[in-house]
Design a protein around this ligand. Structure first.
Ligand SMILES: Cc1cc2nc3c(=O)[nH]c(=O)nc-3n(C[C@H](O)[C@H](O)[C@H](O)COP(=O)(O)OP(=O)(O)OC[C@H]3O[C@@H](n4cnc5c(N)ncnc54)[C@H](O)[C@@H]3O)c2cc1C
Length: 283
């Protein structure tokens, strides 16, 4: 039987849409081309507004049960660590008094675990093409799944297939990608003592860009280093990365104690492009 809603993409957007629509009593099918969730250094810090919704779905409780970290403040600091500006979440009315941090994969798993009986999630299923009615409206998708191709129709098709969404272009919604000139280089640093001391989200402002630091569950710290467009040319894990990372921290006296643990975790490096999408009109 056809579902009421077909959601393409099981990232936080698709899973949240599925949870909300399933909660209305609709039959929802969510498909994602990835056979399993891949760890990626993004989407780990949840703001109070999103948390309010996740709380009502039982997702916050699931994340708490897996050791989610609560952060009371978001602080912009100079390289010595002096606070230049601080967002103190403790000043907000309860229960919105913190940010919640967890790995992106744990957040996806907690959302997937909250979907309810009316929602089916199928991984390893790729949307290949839109199906349309006579008016051109998208009424389904051609799906490739385990070597076979089949058609799935639904009154509502939700495009939650990420920043490079093919569904968005199939639906004729224009969007222009604007890449920022810098990259973000992320590291996971296992230093339980330092993680226990870091109880806020800190953004260090330097003349070579931002350095972001916050704790994650299990005594880990997440460090993002902003890098200029050509700064990483020729820098590989085999050569240059250790020097580059140590140099980036040496310009931030407040972070220098993390140099040795960072050098011990160079293998966790991920380099992420940063950009935004601009649509010229509401669609
Ligand atoms: C470095 C970085 C840090 C960030 N930090 C934060 C943060 O701290 N807090 C926060 O709230 N946000 C943060 N964000 C933003 C947040 O991660 C994104 O907004 C969010 O992950 C987007 O979710 P999504 O579901 O829209 O897309 P995605 O997570 O990209 O999910 C799209 C899904 O669609 C699937 N898909 C794509 N094409 C197809 C297809 N043809 N068929 C089937 N499936 C398909 C993909 O496999 C994928 O699983 C960060 C982003 C970055 C890059």
């Amino acid at each position: 039987m056809s579902p009421d809603v077909l959601v393409c993409g099981a990232g936080v957007g698709g899973l949240a849409a599925a949870r909300a629509l399933g909660g209305l009593g609709l039959d929802v099918l969510v498909v994602d081309k990835q056979p399993s969730v891949r760890p990626i250094a993004k989407g780990e810090v949840l703001q109070p507004g999103a948390l309010r919704l996740l709380r009502s779905w039982g997702v916050e409780k699931r994340l708490d049960a897996q050791g989610a970290v609560r952060l009371g403040r978001l602080v912009v600091r100079d390289p010595r660590g002096t606070a230049l500006m601080s967002l103190d979440y403790g000043q907000l009315p309860a229960p919105d008094q913190w940010l919640l941090a967890h790995d992106h994969t744990a957040i996806l798993a907690a959302l997937a675990g909250s979907l309810g009986p009316g929602v089916e999630l199928r991984r390893g299923v790729r949307a290949e093409a839109p199906l349309r009615d006579d008016s051109g409206r998208i009424t389904g998708l051609r799906l490739a799944e385990g070597g076979r191709v089949h058609e799935e129709r639904a009154p509502l098709v939700v495009a939650a297939d990420g920043i490079s969404s093919r569904l968005r272009s199939w639906a004729g919604i224009e969007a222009r990608r604007v890449d920022y000139p810098h990259r973000l280089v992320s590291f996971d640093i296992g230093d339980a003592d330092a993680a226990a001391r870091a109880d806020d989200f800190s953004a260090y402002v330097t003349d070579r860009g931002l350095r972001l630091l916050y704790p994650l569950p299990g005594g880990w710290l997440r460090l993002y280093l902003q890098a200029g467009p050509d700064e990483l040319r020729g820098v590989t894990a085999r050569g240059g990365l250790a020097d580059w990372a140590a140099r980036a921290l040496s310009q931030v006296p407040a972070l220098e104690p993390l140099t040795a643990p960072l050098l011990a975790h160079l293998g966790t490096r991920q380099t992420l492009p940063v950009g935004r999408l601009l649509s010229p009109r509401l669609a």
